[in-house]
Design a protein around this ligand. Sequence first.
Ligand SMILES: O=C1O[C@H](COP(=O)(O)O)[C@@H](O)[C@H](O)[C@H]1O
Length: 235
Amino acid sequence: MNIALHRCPDAANLAQTLAADIAQRLRSAVAERGQALLAVSGGTSPVPLFQQLSQQVLPWAQVTVLLVDERCVPPDHPDSNSALVRQHLLQGEAAAARWLPFFDALPHFDADTDLPTLTATANQRLQSLAWPLDVAVLGMGEDGHTASLFPHAPGLEVALSSTDPVAWTRPGTAPHARLTLTLPTLLAARCLVLPLQGQVKQAVFQRACVAPTADLPISLVIHRSPSPVHVWTAP
Ligand SMILES: O=C1O[C@H](COP(=O)(O)O)[C@@H](O)[C@H](O)[C@H]1O
């Protein structure tokens, strides 16, 4: 297992300190290679972090922001991770960033027929990026999923092994078909960050620390990452 633990006294401190840490990593990446790649998760937890990050002064015009995963819903849908990022991260200083979602629109989408094409188009779109990711901000659900790597989901096996940047999954326990960065793409990131707030998620994380298992996909990240996964906790 490869983790670096950062314990914060409260959620506000976690958001502030982690935003400053990510900003410094993005500045270093821009200084080293003229650009930076930042991938962020959606869901409900990252809003305070996004708000802090959006205020960080750094060469945002040289930063490409993409998603760790997306629900296959139109970009103005309340469950859209894109909408969350546009509303809370791509504001203020960070409004200058280049934004590259997996897709711009989703007209007449039918997961049964359209998922492979949507995935192929997203892969084409992301292929020319200057991989690897400089920073990937992961999230984790109480079922141990991370990105859209859901336990037992159709598509999971490919998403855990594909060398393409993007794969689809269809979680049985959460709404919407998904596009997700694949596990190999995430593991290649220069810095993997996992903010974890609250007792329930920290207990799930403790279980994931025991051994790698596809029953808790976050465990595959923390046990297989070649570089330390930076886990930031707050009560
Ligand atoms: O569905 C998703 O869930 C996870 C965790 O979300 P949270 O609401 O518990 O913060 C998130 O990391 C992922 O990006 C999202 O699509």
